[in-house]
Design a protein around this ligand. Sequence first.
Ligand code: AR6
Length: 192
Amino acid sequence: MQAAVELSAIPTVAAQLGRVGSRFLEAISVYRGDITRLAVDAIVNAADTAVLGGGGVDGAIHRAAGPGLLAECRGLGGCATGQAKLTAGYGLPARHVIHAVGPVGEQPELLASAYRASLNVARDAGLRSVAFPCISTGVFGYPPDAAASVAVNTVRAWLDANPAAVDRVVFCVFNDRSARIYASLLLHSPQN
Ligand code: AR6
């Protein structure tokens, strides 16, 4: 198993750009790699409505967490699209998993809702750092550039509306295309 990646090793966008004064850029990071390695308060899982594991990032999270995660998921009673539910992290370096269900295909309101619901779950549980995968952009077929805009705009609006509720939000990108999209949105022409 690879070593855990501590939050202190992941720079914020503000630090990467040498920019101070933007609460948004001081809260967010873009991290390229495996979300299952992140030692944050919660990683978000791109689940489906059954919340019983699957392929993609969901499969990776369940493999890394171990069987305790599936056992707890069986008691969740499913999760509606656009909603999110909390479990423990079991064998993960993350203390918790927030299981979010994004839409199948390009449905911006439901994708935004999945991001908001995840952050609401984190806030209500007192969790200070959250890492998101690119929800819906794999098996669920959401165009990754459109999904990234929804993700960034939704997180930004939520942080504005919930000041000091969460300290850090990490956008965890896994493939070349998502890495390029988030870099261009946040690192090359930052929205601040
Ligand atoms: N770390 C971070 N991101 C990852 C990882 C990883 N280890 N592995 C894949 N990704 P997907 P969806 C990225 O298909 O589209 C499952 O079967 C991947 O490159 O995992 O929301 C569930 O059970 C992509 O950018 O999720 C559901 O049935 C992103 O994660 C369904 O797939 C999301 O791809 C959910 O589909």
